[in-house]
Design a protein around this ligand. Structure first.
Ligand SMILES: Cc1cc2nc3c(=O)[nH]c(=O)nc-3n(C[C@H](O)[C@H](O)[C@H](O)COP(=O)(O)OP(=O)(O)OC[C@H]3O[C@@H](n4cnc5c(N)ncnc54)[C@H](O)[C@@H]3O)c2cc1C
Length: 400
């Protein structure tokens, strides 16, 4: 029975991509948050057993891509665009090109409550909304259906998202569209929207004000040692580097990623997207002539339409081709899932009724011993540690 199959979806496999809810012809699948804050499908009794939800679910598929991606180190020649982007500002250039072709761009931005949601933009002035990574799972909502509508009306569409979201979109669409460009990224894993909400509540309580703006990837202290910044309505500001910010410590401790992220089916160099973006961690060792610690993107060009769009934006980028296996030497998230923190379950229960800072410090900060603190300082001085922590997805609670 379909209802039972979807309602009992394997929680460690379901990526919450919304493909099943989007394809349902009678809208009888609702995506509901569980007590960890992640969305899962729930089918109601009006189900007509058509089976479309099962057909689009990647859990029941085993799609392998056989392509020959080409890897590049890239940075935008426009310094302002680069400083407003997580790494080299390649996403902005792809999206701006698509908009110049009268296309529509889908991506992840904040809503009025600073939840991370997928939406679309049709004007270049609105692109800012999607720039910079938001380290929380983005809610797809009805954007798959919107993208399909645009494609059917003959518009070009660029859809950006996690590899599992792109797989979900493609599965939902069911057939290739020449006018669709998919952009994914090397993904460490997506943290719980509930934990993110708790962090915002903590920040707003601390500053006695509502959030006006938030950015995860501020480069004031360099790209490798990026900062999280909040600007509040009462004009106060919070800014802390990834090493000290509590939320970044929680994220990089792998204590609240979506269960499917711990054995992600999309860890491969052979991607379903046309273009893959990433931080080029280790660029200072691999292409030191490009590195300036202001952000370099690693770009995989995966398909024929990826080549076409990349050719169209190349003149706006400083770029260099890199051997693909070498390019991910310092970015194991490309091919390896993060390992769950041993206290993940306890953390996610305790966060429900305990202030964010207390739980974050207890599980993700407290156990850094003196010796390790010293090596942490030395490493961060060398500017390598931040990169290592981020790309290896290891806990800051270093053992041994
Ligand atoms: C949760 C997460 C984990 C990541 N893990 C890694 C990693 O392990 N290694 C690595 O090299 N890079 C990782 N990245 C990618 C990296 O941070 C940059 O997105 C990439 O370098 C592109 O940068 P850019 O300067 O070209 O563009 P940017 O301007 O930074 O582009 C932002 C793009 O990311 C999309 N985006 C932002 N937040 C989300 C979200 N929550 N869900 C879906 N899409 C989102 C936007 O829609 C836009 O398309 C991760 C990104 C996210 C969101």
């Amino acid at each position: 029975m379909i209802t039972r199959k979807i309602n009992n979806t394997n929680r460690s496999k379901c990526t919450g991509c919304f493909a099943c809810a989007s394809v349902c012809p009678i809208d009888c699948i609702e995506m509901i948050s569980d007590n960890e804050g992640f969305w899962y499908p729930a089918v109601n009794e009006s189900c007509i057993e058509c089976g479309k939800c099962i057909d689009v679910c990647h859990i029941f598929k085993n799609e392998k891509v056989d392509n020959h991606p080409i890897a590049y180190a890239c940075k935008n020649t426009d310094e302002e665009i680069r400083s407003e982007s997580s790494s080299g500002g390649v996403f902005y250039e792809l999206a701006a090109y698509m908009l110049s072709q009268k296309g529509v761009v889908f991506g992840a931005g904040y809503n009025a409550n600073f939840e991370v949601v997928h939406t679309y933009v049709e004007n270049i002035a609105d692109l800012k909304r999607f720039q910079r990574s938001k380290y929380v799972q983005s809610k797809i909502g009805n954007t798959f259906k919107q993208a399909k509508k645009f494609l059917l009306s003959g518009r070009n569409v660029l859809f950006s998202g996690t590899p599992c979201q792109i797989a979900g979109l493609k599965s939902f669409l069911g057939k290739p569209y020449d006018s669709l460009t998919c952009v994914d990224f090397i993904c460490h894993g997506v943290p719980s929207p509930l934990v993110w909400k708790k962090y915002i509540e903590y920040q707003e309580k601390r500053s006695k004000s509502r959030t006006q703006k938030v950015d995860f990837r501020v480069k004031d202290e360099g790209w490798r040692r990026f900062s999280v910044r909040f600007i509040f309505e009462n004009h106060t500001k919070y800014q802390q580097t990834l090493l000290k910010d509590l939320y970044m410590n929680v994220f990089l401790s792998d204590i609240c990623l979506r269960p499917s992220c711990y054995h992600c089916d999309f860890k491969t160099l052979h991607r379903q997207s046309d273009i893959t973006l990433a931080d080029f961690w280790g660029v200072q060792f691999i292409c030191p002539e490009i590195d300036d610690n202001k952000g370099t993107s690693l770009v995989f060009v995966n398909s024929k339409s990826g080549i076409e769009i990349f050719d169209s934006i190349m003149s706006a980028l400083i770029h260099k081709e890199v051997e693909i296996n070498l390019s991910v030497k310092y970015n194991p998230s490309a091919i390896r899932s993060s390992s769950p923190h041993p206290d993940r379950a306890k953390f996610l229960v305790k966060i429900l009724n305990t202030p964010f800072n207390v739980v974050a410090k207890e599980y993700c900060m407290e156990n850094v011993g003196f010796k390790k603190k010293v090596s942490l300082l030395i490493y961060s001085f060398l500017d390598i540690f931040c990169v290592k922590k981020f790309i290896e997805g290891k806990s800051l609670k270093i053992s041994g």
